[in-house]
Design a binder for this molecule. Structure first.
Ligand code: ADP
Ligand code: MG
Length: 704
């Protein structure tokens, strides 16, 4: 307590980062490695050997005994296989600590235990992990000691991507190539690389571990499958804060310190809308690093919670009727020399370029709205998207009043002559609009909002990886940039050609812009009128992965092959059906073993009371009688709803795997689950609290 923390010293102390490499590697080796990191040059085994040796020495100093290739298979969580640094014992019985370049750059976990969605049927079970040297290695400390974690990509024997990172890296190449082309056309000769920058805000719930243990639904599925709303909802989140604050801020302090040690720039933390809900945001980083860091953050959030006698819930909707959790994926495009392509800029020349980039993104999002929606599809997110909160399931773009107005002028007259609210920024081209740099309004209901110098994609679920949405954002933007570059490279009058493209894109894709309230029911109707896709469930969204449009897009940039896309769709269906199946079985288990017995005990108490009261005289037992009637009726409904659900669950194995099974779960099983939940939640409101077999919502979220 009260010790001074030197954040500067602490930051990145467990990371094999640039300054460590510079200090420890021979100059020549350092230079070559940097070239690999910055320019994608191939790394020789000779260099890798030297790097591995230094990395090992450093890691051992940091307390590591093991190393691990750390990767992100399609299970949704990270995976790792640990190997000790020790070599085979020598004749004298002693061992050496060793780590070779080969071990650094390549690993060989058995791929057959990870989802491959059919890719395995055609390819070998063998899988490889390959070092992503652009994301630094780090030493993680936990109960198992220190482990040198090496961020890696995971591929099959033939190079098919079996993970989240490989396509992300491929999509970063695609956007780099096309964005550089665009910059060159605008006269930029200095920038060497364009990187998508990403800052992911992470929401989560904290609850007491003892109470969590008493809820089988939370322990098995991450969310409550039953639970009536407490009399006080999230509108009253003030009075309980006094008790929470100490416990939670002690928690946050440790979370921050663990993040900083691993070079994760945890910056912002605050309480969220719902009771027991919080948020953590790091400073933005290149997309692949941001994605790795988000995985690290989720792990730290969970680990530290455990240490504090709490549980961190990352599920998108742990409590029905209470705000769910998501991730806001802030995305922009930045050059190695510090230019943000989404910054409206200060000079006329930059403004034209900005307007072109902006309209390109409008076109990209409008053309591939279904893919962007799919990138946020997750079983838990079905309870958020399209619910009465968070962003709706319809993709639209929020530009704000001022930019929206500029766009409208462009469309209606071909020239924009003014910008709202004074202060103009001159574009220097008569036919192009002037506009203000400052974003006008803040809109919290839009799934894809322009926020001054970046876009904020708010659909991603709190548990989900941010890789998928960034793969989509990078690739769809690269596609439009490519089209524009093709056109501009052949143009005789560059300025006129740019102007025409801006106007064309703004006109043709205006329908994707929506500055109003995304939660309003009218928007759904309006979106339908505009022809925008509305994909309320994950099962509705998955087909977007394998349309001809998507295959063409991804294949043309080498981000995904058709087979990879098909396998991913297959895995998504599988994940959906499995998750629903587990939820349904958990519900049946809880209802059979906990709820029904408890309710029967309660009816016995009521019946006993009626009898005992009557026995002593002619007293009024109408309250007990009425309660007994209602309870018995609800008990009957519960039992019959449970029977129905059990019958459907029994049918699941007979339904063909893949889309068919997922649709069955979505249309039949989920409905039957809702039908079972309803009488149980009503019962919870009338049954004696002492007899209810698990902590209530009130106990869980108001008493952390
Ligand atoms: P708000 O969403 O309230 O505007 P911030 O502007 O602080 O909050 O940003 C939220 C997240 O966006 C943080 O992770 C931040 O680092 C990130 N961010 C800020 N600027 C950019 C940018 N140009 N590109 C990508 N992410 C950014
Ligand atoms: Mg934000």
């Amino acid at each position: 307590m009260g010790e001074n923390i030197n954040v500067v010293e602490m930051f990145g102390c467990d990371v094999f980062n640039d300054s460590v490499m510079q200090a420890r590697l021979p100059k020549k080796v350092y230079r070559e490695l940097k070239q690999t990191i910055q320019e994608g040059k191939e790394l020789s085994l000779e260099i890798a050997d030297v790097v591995a040796h230094e990395m090992k020495e450093w890691a051992i100093e940091r307390g590591a005994t093991h190393f691990s290739h750390w990767f992100q298979p399609l299970t949704g969580v990270t995976a790792e296989k640990h190997d000790a640094f020790i070599s085979a014992p020598m004749e004298n019985g002693r061992v050496l600590m060793s780590f070779s370049g080969k071990e650094l750059i390549k690993g060989e976990p058995d791929a057959s235990s990870f989802p491959s969605g059919g890719l395995r049927a055609t390819f070998e079970a063998r899988g490889y992990t390959a070092w992503d040297c652009t994301s630094p290695a780090f030493v993680r400390h936990d109960a198992g000691g220190g482990t040198l974690c090496i961020p890696t990509a995971f591929c099959s024997y033939t190079g098919a991507a079996l993970d989240m990172k490989t396509p992300l890296l491929r999509s970063m190449e695609a956007i780099n190539t096309q964005a550089l082309r665009l910059l060159r056309l605008f006269g930029n000769t200095t920038s060497k690389r364009v990187t998508p920058s990403v800052g992911a805000e992470q929401e989560y719930f904290l609850i007491d571990k003892e109470k969590w243990l008493q809820r089988k639904d939370l322990t098995y599925t991450g969310r409550t499958l039953f639970g009536a709303m407490p009399p006080k909802g999230q509108e009253m989140d003030d009075h309980y804060l006094g008790t929470i604050r100490q416990r939670v801020s002690a928690y946050m302090k440790e979370v921050n310190e663990e993040c900083w040690r691993l070079g994760v720039a945890a910056k912002t933390q605050h309480n969220e809308v719902a009771p027991a809900q919080h948020e953590l945001a790091p400073i933005y980083a290149p997309a692949n690093i941001a994605s790795d860091h988000n995985q690290i953050i989720m792990r730290i959030l969970k680990k530290v919670a455990s240490r504090h006698g709490m549980r961190c819930l990352l599920h998108e909707k742990p409590f029905a009727g209470v705000n769910g959790s998501g991730k806001h994926n802030n995305w922009s495009l930045t050059t190695d020399d510090g230019i943000n392509l989404l910054d409206p800029g200060k000079t006329p020349h930059e403004n034209i370029q900005f307007l072109l980039v902006l309209t390109c993104i409008l076109k990209a999002v409008d053309t591939h709205a279904d893919l962007l929606r799919e990138s946020a599809a997750d079983v838990g997110n079905d309870h958020r998207l399209g619910g009465n909160e968070a962003p709706p399931a319809v993709i639209s773009v929020f530009l704000g009043e001022q930019l929206g107005d500029v766009l409208e002028q462009l469309i209606s007259t071909g020239t924009a002559t003014h910008s709202k609210k004074g202060g103009r920024l001159e574009t220097g081209v008569k036919t192009l609009p002037d506009f203000m740099k400052d974003a006008t309004d803040r809109n919290r209901t839009s799934p894809f909002a322009f926020t001054g110098n970046k876009f904020e994609f708010r659909m991603v679920g709190s548990r989900d990886s941010i890789s998928s949405c960034n793969v989509v954002l990078n690739t769809i933007t690269a596609e439009v940039f490519r089209e524009v570059c093709d056109r501009l490279e052949g143009a005789e009058d560059f300025d006129l050609a740019v102007h025409n493209i801006i106007k064309e894109f703004a006109t043709e894709h205006q329908r994707i812009v929506f500055n109003g309230n995304g939660y309003a029911p009218e928007w759904e109707k309006e979106a339908k009128r505009r022809g925008l896709p509305n994909l309320p469930s994950m099962v509705d969204a998955i087909p977007a992965l394998t349309t001809e449009k998507a295959v063409k897009l991804f294949e043309s940039f080498g981000v995904f092959t058709r087979a990879e896309l098909e396998s991913r769709a297959e895995i998504q269906y599988e994940i959906y059906a499995k998750a629903i199946n587990i939820e349904a079985k958990t519900m049946i288990d809880i209802a059979t073993k906990q709820i029904i017995p408890a309710v029967i005990r309660y009816t016995t108490v009521l019946a006993d009371s009626i009898n005992s009261v009557r026995a002593v005289g002619d007293y009024d037992v109408s309250v007990q009688t009425d309660l007994l009637k209602r309870t018995s009726a609800l008990l009957k409904s519960t039992n019959s709803a449970m029977g129905k659900l059990a019958r459907l669950v029994a049918q699941v194995p007979g339904v063909p795997e893949g889309r068919e099974r997922a649709v069955f779960c979505r249309e039949k099983v989920v409905k039957a689950m809702e039908a079972l939940r309803s009488p149980v939640d009503e019962l919870e409101m009338i049954v004696d609290k002492e007899m209810w077999p698990m902590p209530s919502y009130g106990d869980l979220i108001f008493e952390v």
